[in-house]
Design a protein around this ligand. Structure first.
Ligand code: PBG
Length: 352
């Protein structure tokens, strides 16, 4: 009796078709030994199915009104940048070949109101940052965040009345916010607010303002996640927040609903869709990419970054390897690009 017999019996029927419909060419051990192709670096390189390059990376940047930089303790290595430091910081990223950045503002408490007027002030911090960056980096992809939370004294992404997050009243403000950002030079607005109908409303507002070429990156499947904690420290929106965001952000239990959200956003004119957070939601990312075949981005959010940095600082994980592995996992799951605070660090690793 050959020792391999039980193994052979448990292998799939040779006549069976693979999922792609091609004849099953898998064969069996001992003729087939997958380890052969892993035996040398050159075969591993030739047979690698996915690659990570700087072209896959988008860097989120925090801007502040105050000059200079302020470290964000819960995001080691990440700071908020004053307008005076922005060009240097972003220049370092473009020098590394990073194609795009996403701008998020830190607002002082006195600029926040329940009506969020500062969100659509054409001279607000975001617009000023965008004008500086557009001027300094004409070819850089500039993504601006469309949501009210940094400007809202109540901390929510939408207007709040009697404890309720208002949908349609919020849309009006989001549209004005998107238009001032686009007029300042943003070429991609990213609604991250999860109000119903916002992509269509923003598309019409942009078109009516003669801004047809401005893209919309829809945060389509954005979950009500505990992984956003360090981001709320960075933009100063956590303190004011009462309650959670579960009446507008998605339930982490849900998968099919993400397809519905992405479908709606695409019908309303989204150019790219996003799944967020990242690593815990790779199944959703794969679903969305397979269902629609459109540019699909992932966001490796602040809490994911903070976890890796904390473990690396303790010597529990290898910083460089864990960054590269997680970002490659996004690619394997179907991401066309990933927003990550580690973008410059990773671009440097890839280069070196
Ligand atoms: C808010 C917004 C959040 C993030 C991006 N835009 C936080 C939230 O919804 O509370 C999180 C990003 C991160 O955690 O890195 N509009």
């Amino acid at each position: 009796m050959s020792k391999t017999k039980p193994v052979l019996r448990s292998l799939p029927d040779r006549q069976r078709k693979t999922r792609a419909g091609a004849p099953d060419a898998l064969g069996s051990f001992p003729q087939v030994r997958p380890r052969r192709n892993r035996g040398d670096a050159w075969t591993r390189r030739l047979t690698a199915e996915n690659h990570l390059t700087a072209d896959d990376l988008i860097l989120p940047i925090f801007v502040q009104g105050q000059s200079g930089t302020t470290d964000v303790p819960s995001l080691p290595g990440i700071a908020r940048h004053g307008l005076d430091c922005l060009v240097d910081e972003v220049g370092a990223a473009t020098d590394l070949g990073i194609p795009a950045i996403a701008v998020f503002p830190f607002m002082e408490e006195e600029r926040k109101t329940p009506d969020c007027e500062e969100a659509y002030n054409p001279n607000n911090l975001v617009c000023r940052a965008v004008r500086i960056l557009r001027d300094a980096f004409p070819d850089l992809g500039l993504i601006t965040d469309v949501a009210l939370d940094p400007f809202n004294s109540l901390g929510h992404d939408g207007l709040v009345r009697d404890g309720k997050i208002l949908n349609d009243e919020t849309l009006d403000i989001l549209c004005r916010q998107a238009v001032v950002q686009a007029e300042a030079g943003s070429d991609t607005v990213g609604p991250s607010d999860m109000m119903d109908g916002r992509v269509g409303a923003i598309r019409s507002a942009l078109d009516n303002a003669d801004l047809q070429d401005v893209r919309i990156l829809a945060y389509s499947a954005k979950y009500a996640s505990a992984f956003y904690g360090p981001f709320r420290d960075a933009v100063g929106s956590g303190g004011a927040l009462t309650g959670d965001k579960s009446t507008y952000q998605m339930d982490p239990a849900n998968r099919s609903e993400a397809l519905r959200e992405a479908a709606l956003d695409l019908q309303e004119g989204a150019d790219m869709v996003m799944v967020k957070p990242g690593l815990p939601y790779l199944d959703v990312l794969r679903d969305v990419k397979e269902a629609f075949g459109v540019p699909t981005l992932a966001y490796q959010v602040s809490g994911e970054y903070a976890m890796m940095k904390a473990a690396a600082a303790n010597g529990w994980l290898d910083n460089d390897k864990i960054l590269l592995e997680t970002l490659l996992a996004f690619k394997r799951a179907g991401a066309d690009a990933v927003l990550t605070y580690a973008a410059p660090e990773v671009a440097r690793l890839i280069k070196g």
